[in-house]
Structure formats: C-alpha cells, structure tokens
Write a protein that binds this ligand. Sequence first.
Ligand SMILES: Cc1cc2nc3c(=O)[nH]c(=O)nc-3n(C[C@H](O)[C@H](O)[C@H](O)COP(=O)(O)OP(=O)(O)OC[C@H]3O[C@@H](n4cnc5c(N)ncnc54)[C@H](O)[C@@H]3O)c2cc1C
Length: 427
Amino acid sequence: MSNTNTANEFDAIVVGSGTSGASVARDLSRQGKKVLILEKGNNAPLKDTFMGIASVAKEIAIANSDGKIPMMGAVTTGGSSALYFAVADIPPVDKFQAIGIDLTDVVEEVKNEVPLAELPDEMIGNQAWVLKRSADELGIHWRKKLMMIDQSKVNGKYAYEARWKARSFVEDAVAAGATLENNASAERVLVENNKAIGVEYKVKSGLFGSTTKKAYATKVIVSAGTLETPMLLHRSGLKGIVGSPFFCDPNFALFGLSPEAHSENLFTGAMNSETEYLNVGDANLSRLLYKMVMLTNFKLKHFFNYEQSLTVGVMIRDGLAGQLSADGKYQKEFTDSEKKMLKEGEEKGRKLLEKAGAKHIFRTNLSASHIGGVVRFGEHLDANLETPFENLHVCDGSILPENVRNAPSLTLICLGKYLAKQIAPSL
Ligand SMILES: Cc1cc2nc3c(=O)[nH]c(=O)nc-3n(C[C@H](O)[C@H](O)[C@H](O)COP(=O)(O)OP(=O)(O)OC[C@H]3O[C@@H](n4cnc5c(N)ncnc54)[C@H](O)[C@@H]3O)c2cc1C
C-alpha cells in the first residue's frame, strides 16, 4: 500500500497525537511512510494562561468509596504534554527486555532528540531550596530529577515554552509529509477477518455538527491515551479490556505558608525523594497553576500569598485492582497497606513543611497520576505492541505494565520510536 495516491488510504493511521502517537508518527513519516494522524482536539496555539489551560484540560474520575479520584489529561495536538511538568525518568530497559522489548538503542537515540538534563542550581526556585534544606535536616535523601526542558529558552526560573512538548514531534511529522486531521475523534477501528483495515471517525463541523468519515491503512496505531484507548479498543471488538484491573499512582499535595519561602515562579518537580512505593517531592507550582489550585480549593489566604508558598507532593505505587466497566467508568478501592503508605507519605510531607517553618498546612484530595495496566502484554499485546487483531497496534500510557512506575513520558517517546522501527519494514 506504500505511496498510494488515494486520498483516504495510508500506510499508517495514528489515533491520538500525544506523547506516544507523536513519536511513532514522526518516525514513520521521516521514513517516507504515508501517515494520517487523527487528533480529537484542535491545533490552537498553546497558552500558559487560565483560559489556555482550561480549554485543553480533560478530567475523568475514578469512583472510590471515599470520594471521586480525578485524573487529568489534555485534548489538543500534542496531548497531555501540554500540561505535564516535564519530569523525566530513564525507561527501565531491563523490565521491557523481560517481555521481549529491547529499548536499548532507542533510549540512546531519544536522549539526543529531546532536551534532557537536571536543572542547574540557578534555575531552581528559592522555595525548592527551602524544602531541600528541610529534607537535609531530616536526613531525607533529596535529589535532583532529570527534566525535559530546553534550558536555552529559559530566561529566569520558568518558561512554559521551554518544556518539551509532543506538539513539536507532530510538527516534525507534518513537515515530513504526515497529514494531521484535528477535531477528528476515532469512533472505532475497522476490523475485517480479524485484521485492522482502517478507522471510522467523526470530524466536528460547526458548533454542534459532525461528519462521519473512514480512512484505511495497512497499520492502525491506537495512541489515544489512558482516558480513551481502552474504550476505543473495546468499541472495536477487542475482548478482555472491560473488567481490567488497573493502577493509578494516587497522589495528593500538602500546601503551607512560610516566611522563609520567598517563592519565585518556577518549574515543578525538580527534586524529590523516592522509595520502592513512595515518592515525596517538590511540588511547588508555577504562580499561575498555584493560583488555580488555591481557587478550586477555596484557600484565599494561600491564594494571596504565593511568595510564602511551600508545596510537597506525595505519590504512592498502588497495586493492580478495581476495574474498568463497560460504560467506561473506573472504580477502585485501596487496600489497608496502600492507605498506610498514603499516611506515611502525609507524615513525611508535613514534617518537611514544618521543618521549613510552614503554617496553615492543608492537604488536597487524592488524584490519580496516570492509569496503567489496563491493556496487558501477553493477553492483549505482543512484543510488537500488536493486538490479537492483526495490524492493530497500541502505544500509549494504557499499556505500561505494573512494574514500570516511573515518570512515563520519556518511556512513551521510546516506545513510539520502538514501534515505528518494528512496523516500518512491513509498510
Ligand atoms: C498535570 C500533569 C502533570 C504531569 N507531569 C508529568 C511529568 O512531569 N512527567 C511525566 O513523565 N509525565 C507527566 N504527566 C503524565 C504525562 O503527561 C502522560 O503520561 C503522557 O503525556 C501520556 O501520553 P499518551 O501518549 O499516553 O497520551 P496523551 O498525551 O494523553 O495523548 C492522547 C491523545 O489522544 C487524543 N485522543 C483521545 N481520544 C481520541 C480519539 N477518540 N480520537 C482521536 N484522538 C483522540 C487526545 O486528544 C490526546 O491528544 C503529567 C500529566 C499531567 C496531566
């Protein structure tokens, strides 16, 4: 099917232009393959403003007997990378090796294609140093994280434009010949005789209208993100997705006010302390995000005192449990040992803030960092990220296995590149 001139026939259709989809689409396009990227969101310029964030943010909630647990993502070209903090972890190559996926070479290639470094001391805000001092005094090992930040674009301590975003990879793909169709929501993958042959999708027209379209391809890659991919696969006839247990890395933040903070607009997450099951870190937010969080939590004293703000984030590694139901709803309860981990994290976080002289400390409700474990290797996917439906591949956060619990973005870029290498020879 290579280089067909038919308008709706492609070598590959990539559903979703987030971190993973952008990576696979870019590499296939650069190898001369004819690629269609379907993206539900629009391509309006990204803006680090209240309206800019609100216009792309999407939230789903995990039902839990203690209250709903929200999980955020973004619907726009480049997906959730429009909102992420750009904290990076090197993919655990050994864990992927164990399931037949060799990421060794792609990790090295990706390191040269995205900005990746710890922030130099002078780019880390004062409030982050105050927390580091607390951690040192409490004997907590506090270390810098890798960040995907183009330091040449930072004049000061923070610049939204400096964070690597998947949109830049989509732009590379389009420059190499890919077609990007925005406002295009995939309804289902077209499957014939157990083989994927294309995608049916709806394109928004006007305020309320839409047109249903079909496009065909040798390969279909679903990269619609954890908020959407499982249900898209279910709607397309893949068995065993509904009922799947999942992990969600529940997290919360502790906010306090300290006269020592002298807070400055900064990148979030530059330092932390991690154990096997608990991540306690610097969650000091940029001024805009901080104000948005204080408004939604009705904390006026905090709202007006950004300069005194100190914030610690706490995240635990929960196990696979709960389920995704046929109507697309996630439900999960935490075990006693997971509740104990959350309590341990809260105590550690409060100590860090108190040591830094913080008062007026409050804790946010739980949110989910990312949902994973839903689409499973061995059951739904092989080492080519191919489903039991031939030519239907999945590449996004929904396929991350339970033992891969790092900051996912760099791993997802690598998986996208890996998948492009696996399938390009057959196109
Ligand atoms: C506030 C926040 C902070 C974060 N911080 C970090 C961090 O510091 N480090 C880190 O590694 N990770 C972080 N993450 C997580 C990270 O952003 C995501 O894990 C990652 O971007 C997921 O990539 P993805 O390809 O799986 O999906 P996404 O990036 O979500 O992309 C999915 C894309 O598919 C599109 N789509 C959905 N449904 C359809 C459909 N039916 N048809 C067509 N298109 C569709 C969506 O619009 C979207 O563009 C953060 C996330 C958030 C929200």
